[in-house]
Write a protein that binds this ligand. Sequence first.
Ligand code: TYM
Length: 344
Amino acid sequence: MIVVSGIQPTGKPHLGNYLGAIRNYVKLQDEAVAQGGRCLIFLADLHAISMPHDPAQLNASTLEMVATLVACGLDPARTVLFNQAQVPAHAELQWLLMGTARMGWLSRMTQWKDKAGKNREGQSVALFGYPVLQAADVLLYQATHVPVGDDQKQHLELARDIAQKFNNDFAPKSANGEEAPVFTLPEPYIPEEAARIMSLRDGTRKMSKSEPSDMSRVNLTDSADDMASKVKKAKTDPEPLPSEAAGLADRAEARNLVGIYAALSGQAVDAVLREHGGKGFGHFKPALADLLVATLGPIRDRFVELKDDHEALHAILANGAAEARALSRPTLDAAYSALGLVRG
Ligand code: TYM
């Protein structure tokens, strides 16, 4: 089992990142170690420059993201924790895969369409090629499991398509004529509950770091008071909660809050509704706020302890990067060689 995933160090990590992905990084870290596999989690800082950004801000939030991931339970002694910018193999493999990825595939990516909107001509080339770098990120380590939220599923499918085409076009034949694939096809690992946490202000929009209103999300670094007040002010409807999940079908905001409760408490949605069905949000919101503070409070406290020790945070990234450089070498070499490129 080889677990690989990434998170962009832009803005503050939020509840959606935690429930959709970070919690599974920690779970799979433990499973990978138990099975003698590897877990690699990286900060996708090269992806972050595909959109307009403030360099000083990116620099600061990269260190904050390391502190947050460690506070969430990632253990640098067991997980290879690093940033792409210190492992040039990511950018190198992206370029090697650019010859395999098709314009049509990239044009169909919903993230590209959403972010570019009507102004495609005005976007950076990096935004368009973004999913190719993401494919390189996982293929470089022969990833088997990629823990992500639902919004990254399409990018993972593209990574599989790129890997498959590259293997078909270039995999060298072994002595007995069998193809020795250069890349493993990665599987997305998406949680059943909480694969897509929605904004607290609009149940039809994803909770996102880039949403201007901070009231739309619970940040992992929010104080207990902020968390409680964001839940209190979250958009809802006037109806009491239904007693079965089917009753949430047309109630996006209610469905989101119940889904968050279910994911945080480790219960199924129906079980949450058996307990809270028939009651209004005046009752449910305080219960949700308590659960949030109980789960995220310890993470925040640990983050506060870690965040200012820049030397320690830099050391985590430097060690992780050294290990990632070594782990990426065989696949990078195999890709260069399969393409017929002469080196050394
Ligand atoms: P990013 O930084 O937007 O998000 C990091 C992870 O959090 C998940 N996520 C969510 N899950 C549930 N509900 C939400 N509202 C929500 N918002 C975000 C994302 O699915 C993701 O798993 N392109 C990626 C970073 C990346 C990557 C990779 C991921 C770069 N290379 C290779 C996996 C493998 C991104 O921008 O994630």
